[in-house]
Design a protein around this ligand. Structure first.
Ligand code: SAH
Length: 394
């Protein structure tokens, strides 16, 4: 077994059970991509077993902090079994679920979503790439699903020196799927959609918008970065008068139209704009438009903490524009899915956007990723999705 020796003092984060070792923390030792290594402190004490990533700044990702643990097929089967059993225990009423959420489930780099009896997996690090066959077989065995589609096309693969791979890894079948969420029908495609096909992490936030719409009776709703219109269906099904959905992806908007129809919602209550959100918000401000509720769910603007400053300006800008479009009593649902922007920083950005817009707002609530995308205290980066519900004061 190969071992990695850390520089003096660099054992601290592993002792707190944070699973990452950065390249700068390694004093000596190397291994093949994904190979299991023993991680030792500078003094030679065992800290963890991990997977070596020669190309990545995250040089080692820990599998286990128990010296007696063997990293073998049984380890992966057992860890997967526990992650999947946790979801069963959560009792989520949807046929689309996240079964494995990377580091938060003890499997760094691995994402597995279940759509009906189809699994979709992303292998985002050298460790899980090396164990891919074991993981694929175990997933089919544990879930009883006959097929597994691979969507290893996230940008993180390049940082690991891994090529993009997509296609059926086990079995085959249709890639179109109809998600049932909160009683709505949402069509998606696991091969063509973003991520594994859908933003399952926003499940609770879509329900929150739906419930607010029912309670407050929004007339005009603006859904920015709408993707396939999940929030648009949520608002319309809640009785919103009209929803304007903006996205820069034409195919996503086409699917959004289909999703309205699937739910028996009249297209006359919807406008779809294939456009840039920033430019559209500026135009609406210039035109003096107002919306009773606005959703701002932009893509990841800060993939890592290094991008945080530029991203902060971009978040502030769209939030400032959105505030200007809110009448008194209007409600803003604003999100950030950037791991590099923490909850507190996001709060500050939104607050200062309100100040710049000359709008005073009350925070009605906070939102986050759905519970099948768990967070752990040992891995704060797992809390990537955060949201605020704000009402412009009267
Ligand atoms: N709210 C959605 C998920 C949004 S993901 C849901 O609940 O399903 C972010 C979306 O922003 C993607 O669909 C992407 O196509 C879109 N996007 C990215 N940059 C954009 C821009 N500058 N203007 C408009 N849309 C953009």
């Amino acid at each position: 077994m190969k071992s990695i020796r850390l520089k003096p003092g660099k054992e601290r984060s592993l002792l707190r059970r944070h699973p990452w070792v950065f390249d700068g923390a390694v004093a000596r030792g190397s291994a093949d991509p994904g190979e299991t290594v023993r991680i030792d402190s500078h003094e030679g004490e065992f800290l963890a077993w991990g997977a070596y990533s020669p190309a990545s700044k995250i040089r080692v990702r820990a599998w286990s902090f128990e010296q007696a643990q063997r990293i073998d097929a049984a380890f992966f089967r057992d860890t997967l079994r526990r992650a999947i059993a946790l979801r069963e225990r959560m009792g989520i009423a949807s046929n689309g679920l996240r079964l494995v959420h990377g580091e938060s489930d003890g499997l760094p780099g691995l994402v597995v979503d279940r759509y009906g009896d189809t699994l979709v997996a992303q292998f985002g690090a050298a460790g899980v790439e090396r164990w891919k066959d074991v993981i694929a077989d175990a997933l089919l065995d544990i879930t009883g699903c006959p097929r597994l589609y691979e969507r290893s096309d996230a940008s993180a693969r390049a940082l690991e020196g891994l090529p993009e791979v997509t296609g059926w890894l086990r079995g085959d079948g249709p890639t179109a799927f109809e998600l049932q969420e909160h009683g709505w029908r949402l069509g998606l495609d696991i091969a063509l959609g973003h991520k594994t096909g859908y933003y399952l992490d926003q499940r609770d936030s879509r329900l929150a918008l739906h419930e607010y719409t029912r309670r407050l009776g929004f007339g005009q709703v603006l859904n920015c970065f709408s993707y396939t219109g999940g929030f648009s269906v949520a608002a319309l099904a809640g009785g919103a008068g009209h929803v304007t959905s903006i996205d820069s992806s034409g195919p996503a908007l086409e699917q959004a139209r289909v999703n309205l129809t699937l739910n028996g919602l009249d297209e006359s209550r919807a406008t779809f704009l294939d456009a840039d959100v920033n430019a559209s918000l500026r135009r609406f401000v210039a035109e003096g438009r107002q919306f009773d509720a606005i959703v701002l769910d932009p893509p990841k603007l800060a993939p890592t903490a290094a991008h945080a400053e530029r991203a902060a300006r971009a978040y502030k800008d769209i939030n400032r524009l959105a505030f200007k479009l809110l009448p008194p009593g209007g409600v803003l649902f604003t999100f950030s899915c950037s791991g590099g922007i923490g909850v507190e920083l996001f709060h500050k950005i939104v607050a200062s956007a309100g100040v710049d817009a000359g709008v005073d707002a009350a925070i009605l609530g906070r939102l986050g990723g759905a519970c099948d995308h768990p967070m752990t205290v040992t891995f704060p980066e797992g809390e990537y999705l955060k949201g605020l519900i704000l009402m412009r004061k009267l």
